[in-house]
Each structure stands twice: as C-alpha cells, then as structure tokens.
Design a binder for this molecule. Structure first.
Ligand code: GAR
Length: 193
C-alpha cells in the first residue's frame, strides 16, 4: 500500500525534505502529493517544486478569522485526497474547522517530549532550562492531532535527547533536527509501509 501524504510546512522544510528523500529511495512507501504553506516565501515550497511536487501557497488574509482560513485550508487539502496530512514545521494552530473536515488523520511533529514545552521555540526553551540546571533531557515526538490541543494527542513515536548546561544552543538544535528527521520518517513508515 502506498500512502498519499499532504505536507503542511511554514518554513525551511528540512523535515519535508527527509520525507521526500525517504519516498524517492523507497524507504517509505508513500508519495508526497502536495506541499501547502501559509508562507509564500517558505523554502519548503521551493523544496517541493525541486522534487516535482505540487506546491501550494495559501496565506491567511489580513483580518481573516482563523476558522475561516481553516475551512479554506481543509478544502484545499481534501482536493489531493490524502491518506495522511503531515504537519512538518506548520506554525499555525489548527481549529476544528480544519480537523473535522479534512477527512483523514493529521500527524504533527513537535521538538519536545509529550506534555512538555508546547508551542513555539521549544528547542530554545529546553536549552534555557538546561542552562539553569532544570532539565537534563528533552526530545522529539510525532503524534496524531485529534482536536485543538496544542502539540498534544495520541503519541506515535518519541525519542529522548540528552541536554546539558555545557551544550551550545547550536549543537543541541542540530541534534534535535537530526533526531526529528529520523523519527518523522520512522513514524510514517509505521503508518504507511
Ligand atoms: C521543526 O523543528 C519542527 O519540529 C518544529 O518546527 C521545525 C521545522 O523545521 N515544529 C514545531 O515547533 C511545531 N510546534 P523544518 O521547517 O526545517 O522542517
């Protein structure tokens, strides 16, 4: 069975790239059928075009209520008939207007362990806590998004990453990114292969 994936990405798209590479080498039995971004300048869209994948920019209009945007987003995603929607660096909160109408499971990648550091700048916050001696490990998780909870939902896969006061933010960030590229692909293999 081959899974049809629609990837939502707001930024650089290194995790999208990991998925695309895993598909093209048949490590992952799936196809990325579209990449959608809320940011027309996102490098993720360029990565999609480079790989011959449909790249869609769907920006939120000024003053547009979040729920109206989510209705438009769900309609756009549904056109691609995906088996899974993958949030790979998607930085907008998704409301029920999206989740209840998209018609397939939604999977999120978050650079922290379940129940810890939801929202933005999780890597920086974990590192600051380590510097203060309050944290000795963080991690990465991939989980289903059943509702409007932020970076919260049934866990598919996690990996712990040690962090210490001696780590530079750059080194720790690099370790987290490496771990998430692998974990996201492994989680999708679990679901699709
Ligand atoms: C990743 O670190 C991802 O875990 C994070 O955004 C980054 C995107 O990187 N997502 C969140 O923080 C979601 N709450 P990428 O654009 O290079 O894939």
């Amino acid at each position: 069975m081959t899974g049809r994936l629609v990837v939502l990405a707001s930024g650089t798209g290194t995790n999208l790239q990991a998925i695309v590479d895993a598909c093209s080498t048949n490590v992952l039995a799936a196809d990325v059928v579209a990449v959608i971004s809320n940011n027309c300048d996102a490098l993720a869209l360029q990565r999609a075009r480079n790989a011959g994948i449909e790249a869609v920019c769907l920006e939120k209009e000024q003053g547009e209520p979040r729920r109206d945007y989510d209705t438009r987003l769900a309609a756009q995603v549904s056109q691609f008939n995906p088996d899974y929607v993958v949030l790979a660096g998607w930085m907008l909160l998704l409301s029920a207007n999206f989740l209840d109408h998209v018609g397939c499971p939604v999977i999120n990648l978050h650079p922290a362990l379940p129940g810890e550091l939801p929202g933005i700048n999780s890597i920086e916050r974990a590192h600051s806590e380590a510097i203060r001696g309050e944290r000795a490990r963080s991690g990465v998780m991939v989980h289903f998004v059943p509702d409007e909870g932020v970076d919260n939902g049934p866990v598919i896969a996690t990996v712990e990453i040690p962090v210490s006061a001696q780590d530079s933010l750059e080194d720790f960030t690099e370790r987290v990114h490496e771990a998430e590229h692998k974990l996201l692909v492994d989680a999708l293999i679990q679901l699709c292969n």
